[in-house]
Design a protein around this ligand. Sequence first.
Ligand SMILES: Nc1ncnc2c1ncn2[C@@H]1O[C@H](COP(=O)(O)OP(=O)(O)OP(=O)(O)O)[C@@H](O)[C@H]1O
Length: 307
Amino acid sequence: MEEVIVRVEHLSHRYSVDWAIRDINFEVKSKGVFGLLGSNGAGKSTTMNIICGVLNQTEGNVWINNINLRENPVEAKKFIGFLPQRPPLYPDMTVEEYLTYCANLHLMETGEVGKAVERAMDRCGVTHFRSRLLGNLSGGYQQRIGIAQAIVHHPKFVVLDEPTNGLDPNQIVEIRNLIKELAVDHAVMLSTHILPEVQATCDEIRMIEQGKVVFSGTIDDFDNYVAPTSFTATLGNAPTNDVLATLEGITKVDDLGDHHYRFHFTDPKDITEKMIAISVAKGWQIEEIQLERLSLDEIFARLSGKK
Ligand SMILES: Nc1ncnc2c1ncn2[C@@H]1O[C@H](COP(=O)(O)OP(=O)(O)OP(=O)(O)O)[C@@H](O)[C@H]1O
């Protein structure tokens, strides 16, 4: 059985009077990417801050490598690398100075520090910027340095809070690739409010909404759950609704007016390709076709309703 590196049991936290998270339970395995998905204010950062020992929980327990984080924080934190939402970077330090400083903060043996810094720079693809001041790096490279500081002390568990926030599309792809590389030999936990982000990077996910877990499962379970069940199409020369409703794979058709239709189906496989092929063959003048995917808010609403 795969090793469990993190165990979270009945975790709850209250800021003054309001509960930010309530009775969160999960385990993180020693390899792969574990995603915490939730809209703004759902409770992701609160959960991550507690798991990294930055915030003391009101109730519940966190074990890192079987060490109770609350009872033995110094030992437990040796296994954790954390990139908070705002990377703790010092703009007047060079990359190498900063990573050396972080390795020392993590109480690494002095003789190990140089090697560890080289390895972290290499893994994050920043060795060529070793003498560059952090303040002079682009957002994407600053994020890489943030990840490098999170892995410099060889933690088993790496926590990344919204790691692609504020990056451009190319930088996002690069950081996602880096996360997947790290997950080959680390347990990586990331939080995000971006649906495609979990779909692109995560193996296992928990979705939280108003501080409670509303979905827990693998990414395949999640993709099945959020698979589209309808598409819309504009047909310049459509046949009657009765004809459209008998098309293979279509369970129902709504006439939305102005040559616009919504088609419901149960099996999404090649459904739009089939519709395009038959429209062309029959001369229905298809002008536009679009799968209707659920937005994150709609998924939350569905999952919360289910619960
Ligand atoms: N220091 C604080 N004091 C009081 N309330 C807080 C504090 N930090 C967070 N909260 C509240 O706790 C709830 C959860 O916030 P949290 O930051 O954990 O959510 P999040 O999912 O990380 O959202 P975001 O993506 O916007 O950071 C929110 O209602 C937030 O307003």
